[in-house]
Write a protein that binds this ligand. Sequence first.
Ligand code: SF4
Ligand code: SF4
Length: 381
Amino acid sequence: MAPVSASLPDIAEDPFARREWVVALAHKLGFAIAGVAKPEASARSSELHAWLAQGKHGEMTYLADTVADRCDPRRLLPSVASIICVGDRYHDGARDRDRPTDDPCEAQGRIARYARSKDYHNLVRDRLHKLRHAMQAQFPDATFRLTGDIQPLMEREVHAQAFNGMIGKNSLLLVPGEGSWFLLGELHTSLEIAPSARPPAWKQEDPCGSCTRCIDACSTDAITPFSVDASKCISYLTIEQRGTIGAEFFGSMNGWLFGCDDCQTACPHCQPKKRRSVDERVGMVDARYAPRLSELPLLEMLGWTEEDRGRLVVSSALKRASLAMLKRNAVVLLAEYAAEHASAREMIQARLHALQRDTQEDELVREQAAIALAWLAPTAP
Ligand code: SF4
Ligand code: SF4
């Protein structure tokens, strides 16, 4: 990487110069936003414990298992003195166009925006490695540790400090003037770097005021202000939950096959026209996140093999869902489609019956087909 203009004696001695240097390096690597946070115990620890005690994490037991680490970044790297936070803009807030169809063969399931491009884990991590190498070259004795999504960390809270952001009622990080369409990553280091400090961005205590748009937009009622019940959230149901999706969620999936963006799309801070990016780099969607796959054909998916799935999910965040989980999600959406399209009901029910009886099919898919058929039965003509 070409050097960024910085005086080496300054960065050797001055934590403020070091911050400017690190932020410039991050921008040079293409990160839209970059800042530095001070590692400190989470102020939301009791909130997280209460959330776990209420079982709102569903089957994600790893969240409970790692709660102590999650609430104190110093446990991830005991020598940590600073956390460098970076983010990529992956979407500009434009809404998907509705494409209603009366042909069940054309019925599609939607994929959340973050998963439409190459796997963001790799996109963020590769450049964080480069950042670490550039820093290590100047500070050979410093220690570093990369984190981001996989390691236990109250990521949004740390980034809120680095970017002067706040957590909205939908529990997402809102960057002032920019919204929440960012994918985040961190580099923990033993190097002393002055934390980013800016004047408060919002006059009120939270960025939402009386707004409730995300709560109103959430079709499964997963949001209570500043908290999301993951066990009811479509993102969790379609990506994290390993078992069947309960009949109580049928009719509420809103076309989502993998993830859900409804509470972000509804948020006024995320609207393309309302954003006030002062820096073009922050406002523009990173070309690395150009969508490759936005939706998948539901009926066709029921016949997929592992090879079919492999071809589509290679180097994509979609690989988080197994073949059986993707088919399970398709079954739920097809049942919803059948409930709304009387002309397609008989054909879809026959397909679900075949799936339920297919002894070669994964048990999860067969069970989900049975739930779907039972849900459709009372509405059958
Ligand atoms: S992602 Fe979807 S289901 Fe989850 S809280 Fe947001 S709107 Fe609700
Ligand atoms: S939609 Fe409204 S209430 Fe929800 S996070 Fe955005 S500003 Fe806050």
